[in-house]
Design a protein around this ligand. Structure first.
Ligand code: SAM
Length: 276
């Protein structure tokens, strides 16, 4: 008997319109849908008017369920794997069943669609030519800091997923290890409260006190920061920016010195020249 196919189907990350015609057709045609949270997926299927047997497939049963899915695939059944939102297998379950399927000569077929990190990146205004995605940082303090030490060495745009209740602490950890870098927070993408918050970590911590909803942290690549700190023009531009925001001279000098990691006096010298 011919093996079935394993489809990896992207679903919306908020706005239910963000699903492709092909994804809908595949969900209608397969024999089973393997879902991270079956109740959650049921809402999407009801919206699409699709009725299909669901198999629960999540982090804690991935090993056992991979075996069950594999048996069904070997029996010629086609399966669509979905996660709660976005592209499955990316910071979501699925890697194990994909590996097992391939080992058994079963094709894994990607069905493209919404992916939170890509949409955050394209509208971030940061460098998109090279970027690196680290997913969620560890909940263990030591491992988290070790990973941030590794991230510090990257000179590419860095993308991280984070839960809202951990966001502020993670921003403080990034600030401690990487310095007061320029970042972008992409929040609630494709939803009513979609928002991009841009600024240095200290600026964002000052104004963003109670994170709600889903967030992605994007960190500007580090060599841009170094170039800026050596560049008089950019410091002047930064000064003008803070001036427009109503900050007084001493506050601006303090802010620029902190975000560039240079002594206040150095910034002060630039400002003096500007005033000459
Ligand atoms: N596999 C999904 C993807 O890549 O599209 C991501 C799943 S992961 C478990 C969930 C994380 O993705 C959230 O904590 C958040 O960091 C990010 N995320 C998902 N949907 C989002 C949205 N609408 N807006 C902002 N971030 C989102």
């Amino acid at each position: 008997m011919e093996n079935g196919k394993l489809y990896l189907v992207a679903t919306p990350i908020g706005n239910l319109e963000d699903i492709t015609l092909r994804a809908i057709r595949i969900l209608k045609e397969v024999d089973y849908i393997a879902a991270e949270d079956t109740r959650h997926t049921l809402k999407l299927l009801n919206h699409l008017q699709i009725t299909k047997p669901l198999i629960s497939y999540h982090r804690h049963n991935e090993e056992v369920k991979s075996e069950e899915l594999l048996q069904k695939l070997k029996m010629g059944k086609n399966i669509a794997l979905v996660s709660d939102a976005g592209t499955p297998v990316i910071s979501d379950p699925g890697e194990q069943v994909v590996k097992e399927a391939l080992k058994n000569g079963i094709e894994a077929i990607p069905i493209p669609g919404a992916c939170a990190l890509i949409n955050a990146l394209i509208a971030s205004g940061l460098d998109t030519k090279e970027f690196v995605f680290y997913g969620f940082l560890s909940v263990h303090k030591k491992l988290k800091k070790e990973k941030l030490g590794q991230i510090k060495k990257e000179n590419k745009t860095v993308i991280l997923y984070e839960a809202p209740h951990k966001l502020l602490n993670t921003l403080r950890d990034i600030q401690e290890i990487l310095g007061d870098r320029y970042i972008v927070i992409a929040r609630e993408l494709t939803k009513i409260h979609e928002e991009f918050i841009r600024g240095t970590i200290s600026e964002i911590l000052e104004k963003y006190k109670q994170p709600k909803g889903e967030h992605i942290i994007l960190i500007e690549k580090s060599d841009q920061i170094e170039n800026k700190s050596e560049n008089k023009e950019t410091i002047e531009e930064r000064y003008a920016y803070y001036e427009e925001q109503g900050f007084i001279k001493n506050e601006i000098i303090k802010k620029i010195a902190k975000e560039r990691g240079v002594p206040k006096n150095e910034v002060y010298q630039y400002i003096l020249k500007r005033e000459e």
